[in-house]
Design a protein around this ligand. Structure first.
Ligand SMILES: Nc1ncnc2c1ncn2[C@@H]1O[C@H](COP(=O)(O)OP(=O)(O)O)[C@@H](O)[C@H]1O
Ligand SMILES: [Mg+2]
Length: 272
């Protein structure tokens, strides 16, 4: 378990093989309101360097909003997010750490080939000349066994392939921190297992600190070092994935194994 490991794992850049200490994250009393809507309520947890932390919870529980705080797309109402001890709200924190967020829908540009999609970020950020960028893109495609798709367009790819391309595009950013928002949603169970294997392989080979937001219990059981469960903006559970096997909290049990009740259907109950 990473949390019992006192020496910090070494992150190896998947593209350049450069080695640096893996980064850790602290979510400290994070509260977020949108007007009267209380989306995150005093949420605190750490993600250890080189760990896979899976954040689960029902739709609307605040998972994506929490991820957006880590990349600075949302600012806390109160509380802090620290990356390696530096507050994300401070001006230069995000300049010191490379974070890749893999969006739920992949967010690929449909008018660009796979190659062009991957080359976009390094070109915009001038991460080398054209031949260096070609090397980076080729390396990312190799890691994900996508060499044959370089000249294809997103519309020619299956859902699982698109997710892999989105992960390859994230790798080209040479991230120290990988954030995935629902990476297996809309995939069949075999494709979902493939994506889980990719996430775990990237963590094992490169010690890239990883947060996965997901409903996918198989993914959590298969690859998480630890799992947090967010319900109604509160972190109601934090622990190893084995605790998901027989949850005692009725809210968590209902999230994992909702019982269909035609006598008292949920859509006719008042939603809290
Ligand atoms: N920018 C925003 N303005 C107002 N409400 C928002 C905003 N972003 C998210 N919300 C609301 O916050 C709640 C949590 O959203 P989200 O984090 O996307 O949930 P999920 O757990 O499904 O990812 C939802 O009720 C959503 O409508
Ligand atoms: Mg979401």
């Amino acid at each position: 378990m990473p949390s019992s490991n006192t020496t910090c794992p070494i992150h190896r850049n998947p593209i350049t093989s450069e080695e640096t200490p893996a980064v850790g994250i602290t979510i400290d009393g994070l509260t977020k309101n949108f007007g009267d809507l209380h989306v995150l309520k005093n949420v605190s947890f750490n993600v250890e360097p080189g760990e896979i932390f899976v954040l689960m919870g029902p739709s609307g529980s605040g998972k994506s909003v929490l991820l957006k705080h880590i990349v600075g797309l949302e600012a806390p109402t109160s509380g802090r997010v620290l990356i390696d001890g530096r507050d994300v709200a401070a001006e230069d924190t995000l300049e010191h750490v490379r974070i890749a967020l893999v969006f739920q829908a992949g967010a690929l540009f449909n008018s660009l080939s796979v190659y062009e999609n991957l080359a976009l970020y390094p070109r915009e950020h001038r991460l080398g000349n054209e031949s260096e960028i070609r090397e980076k893109v080729t390396r990312a495609l190799q890691i994900l066994s996508l060499e044959n798709t370089a000249q294809k367009f997103p519309s020619e790819l299956s859902g699982g392939m698109k997710k892999r391309v989105a992960i390859a595009r994230a790798l080209v950013m040479e991230p120290q921190l990988m954030l995935y928002d629902e990476p297996t949603s809309e995939l069949d169970p075999v494709m979902s297992a493939t994506i889980s294997e990719i996430i775990a392989t990237l963590k094992d080979q490169y010690h890239v600190t990883t947060i996965v937001v997901s409903h996918d219990r198989e993914l959590a059981l298969g690859i998480a070092d630890r799992v947090g469960i967010l319900i109604g903006g509160e972190l109601v559970s934090l622990g190893p994935p084995s605790e998901l096997q027989a949850p005692k909290d009725p809210r968590i049990a209902d999230f994992f194994s909702p019982k269909i009740d035609l006598k008292n259907p949920r859509f006719k109950q008042r939603q809290g």
